[in-house]
Write a protein that binds this ligand. Structure first.
Ligand SMILES: C[S@@+](CC[C@H](N)C(=O)[O-])C[C@H]1O[C@@H](n2cnc3c(N)ncnc32)[C@H](O)[C@@H]1O
Length: 255
C-alpha cells in the first residue's frame, strides 16, 4: 500500500461507515447480492480481502452465520480498528499481496472456500499475480468474487474527478482475464444499486474524500470541485443516481 493510500484510509476510517449509515438497506441489499454470487453457506471458510471497516463483512456474518469467523484482511490498521470485536470476525493486518504470496498466513486450518475482494482490487499493484495467489488458496469447490466499479461512473462528482477516476480505475475485463489465467471459471455480471442522498450529506462525503480518487486533489482543487458540484446540483436537494458495479466471479473448475 502506498503512503498516499495509507494516509487516505487513515483519515477516512473514522467516518467511513457514517457515509453509508443513512441507508442500511443499501448495505443489506449489496451484501445479499455478494453472498448470492458467492453462494455462501455456514460451513464455508470465508476471507474478505480489503475488508476496510468490515461494514459489509458484518452484514455477511449476520446473514450467513458462518461456523468459523470470517477472516477480515486489510493493510490499513485505522480501517481494521473499526471492526467491532466479534466471534464471527477475525481481523488480519495484511495486504492482498501479503496473503497471495504467503508472506502473511491466514488463520484458517485448510483451504479457503470463498474469497471476497470488494472495491479494493484497484489498490493492488500486480493484480494478475495477486489474483493468481488468492485463487491458489481456494478449496476444490472454492469461489472468488471481485466487486468493482466500472471505468465510468454516474456519481455526481466534478469533472476533474471523473477524468482522474477514468485514468485510474482498472478495466474489469483485465480482471476477468487474470481470473481466467489463474485457472478459474469466470462470469462477469452487472449489478445496480439505487442511491438517493441529500446534497449536503454528499458535500460532506466529498469533503472527507469518501472515494480514494478524491485523494488525488489538493485542498484548493477539492474546494474548486465542490464549488462546481454545488453549482451543477443547485436545484437538487436530493441526488439520485444508479450505482453500477461489476461482479467478477471465479470458481475452481471440477477436477
Ligand atoms: C474502498 S475501501 C473498501 C472497503 C470494504 N471492502 C468496503 O467495501 O467497505 C478499500 C480498502 O482497500 C484497502 N486496501 C488498500 N490497499 C490494499 C491492498 N494492497 N490489499 C488489500 N486491501 C487494500 C484499504 O485499506 C481499504 O480499506
Amino acid at each position: 500500500m502506498t503512503d498516499q493510500i495509507a494516509d487516505h484510509y487513515g483519515r477516512l476510517a473514522a467516518t467511513y461507515d457514517d457515509h453509508w449509515a443513512y441507508d442500511p438497506e443499501y448495505v443489506r441489499a449489496f451484501t445479499r447480492a455478494m453472498s448470492g454470487a458467492l453462494r455462501l453457506h455456514p460451513g464455508d471458510a470465508i476471507v474478505d480481502v480489503g475488508c476496510g471497516t468490515g461494514l459489509y463483512t458484518r452484514q455477511l456474518a449476520d446473514d450467513v452465520a458462518p461456523l468459523r469467523p470470517i477472516v477480515c484482511v486489510d493493510p490499513s490498521a485505522a480501517m481494521l480498528d473499526r471492526i467491532p470485536a466479534s466471534p464471527s470476525l477475525r481481523p488480519v493486518l495484511a495486504s492482498a499481496e501479503d496473503v497471495a504470496t504467503g508472506r502473511v498466513s491466514l488463520p484458517v486450518p485448510g483451504p479457503v472456500d470463498a474469497v471476497l475482494v470488494k472495491e479494493a482490487i484497484h489498490h493492488v499493484s500486480d493484480r494478475a499475480a495477486t489474483l493468481r495467489g488468492l485463487a491458489g488458496l481456494l478449496s476444490d469447490h472454492g469461489r472468488l468474487l471481485v466487486v468493482m466499479l466500472p471505468t465510468t461512473i454516474p456519481h455526481p462528482l466534478f469533472a476533474a474527478a471523473h477524468e482522474r477516476f477514468e485514468q485510474l480505475q482498472p478495466d474489469p475485463t483485465e480482471i476477468r482475464e487474470a481470473l481466467v489465467a489463474a485457472g478459474l471459471r469466470t462470469s462477469l455480471t452487472h449489478r445496480t444499486f439505487h442511491v438517493a442522498i441529500d446534497r449536503e450529506r454528499y458535500v460532506r462525503m466529498l469533503e472527507s474524500r469518501y472515494m480514494s480518487v478524491l485523494g488525488e486533489f489538493s485542498e484548493d482543487e477539492l474546494a474548486e470541485g465542490i464549488a462546481q458540484f454545488r453549482h451543477a446540483y443547485r436545484e437538487d436537494p436530493v441526488l439520485r443516481f444508479d450505482d453500477h458495479f461489476v461482479f467478477l466471479r471465479g470458481s475452481v473448475p471440477p477436477a
